[in-house]
Design a protein around this ligand. Structure first.
Ligand SMILES: [Zn+2]
Length: 281
């Protein structure tokens, strides 16, 4: 088992806890950034691949589809790497792949790499796409919804919902949710958006949702494999240096849901994860 965890030191990341599991050959270590609140969980495990899951809590109390559209838009370019597909091309060259999905209560981005070096190279580029994406009007136009030259509704996310929304399983699923959960509970709503709400969803609304929810303090990185801890913390620290000007002040008020706090939501999440996720992008 890699034993680099004990020697890791970083002025901006503090180790919260570390322990070896009884049920699996793995050592878990949790870090937290003292500057931004970003959390990192490393699972040291022998093997040739590194798996990263970057998760944000993205509950929403409407059917606007902002969480799902944002998941798509983050791959369309970032502050430094402003072009679509850059991240995926980089990942391919680094023997890696990327994916993402939107659940009712979280959005998760994944990075799988053959070896630590490739993972460490791609990690800060990927995180910049998540924390500081370009979210341009044109990207929203093509990726979310527009009316094409023939007068038909179009757009990547819109088309996804067009294919599903009136299927019988989907109709039952949405009606079930409306009956089971009261207003103000995230599980009541359709995180992918509905066709009528996607037609009305604006780029500004998506950007507002991103600014509120996609903050480092609402982000947890889970990294599994033969991880080089000092290198990881070094990479994350350098990454944070580049985004401090772009994120809301870490001590500013933070609300983990859009549309009003409901104390029952966390409990609902514990007892009833409905497990509905997109099929990747
Ligand atoms: Zn999608």
């Amino acid at each position: 088992m890699p034993s680099m965890s004990t020697s890791s030191q970083s002025p901006h990341f503090r180790k919260i806890q570390t322990f070896v599991t009884e049920y699996a050959p793995a050592c878990l270590t949790q870090y937290e950034s003292t500057r931004t609140g970003m959390r990192v969980v490393v699972v040291d495990q022998e093997g040739p691949t590194i798996h990263g899951s970057f998760a944000l809590a993205t509950e929403i109390h409407d059917d606007s589809g902002a969480p799902h559209t944002l998941e798509h838009l983050c791959f369309m370019g970032s502050k430094t790497y402003r072009y679509q597909s850059f991240l995926d091309k980089l990942a391919t060259r680094g023997y890696s792949d990327t994916n993402a999905w939107t659940a009712t209560d979280y959005t998760e981005y994944t990075l799988n790499s053959a070896g630590w070096e490739g993972f460490a190279q791609i990690l800060p580029v990927y995180l910049e796409h998540i924390i500081v994406p370009t979210l341009t009007d044109s990207a929203c136009y093509t990726e979310v919804h527009h009316v094409d030259g023939s007068g038909n509704d179009a757009g990547v996310v819109y088309s996804e919902m067009q294919a599903e929304q009136n299927e019988k399983d989907m109709l039952l699923f949405v009606n079930n949710k409306r009956m089971m959960y009261p207003e103000g509970v995230g599980f009541r709503y359709e995180t992918f958006g509905m066709m009528d709400t996607l037609r009305d969803l604006t780029a500004d609304r998506i950007r507002e949702y991103h600014r509120q929810m996609y903050q480092p303090r609402n982000l947890c990185l889970v990294i599994v494999g033969a991880v080089n801890h000092p290198d990881l913390l070094h990479v994350l620290q350098d990454f944070e240096d580049t985004i401090l000007e772009d994120i809301p002040k870490p001590d500013a008020f933070f609300q983990a849901t859009m549309g009003g706090f409901c104390p029952g939501t966390a409990i609902e999440a514990l007892i009833s994860r409905d497990g509905r996720v997109s099929r990747g992008r």
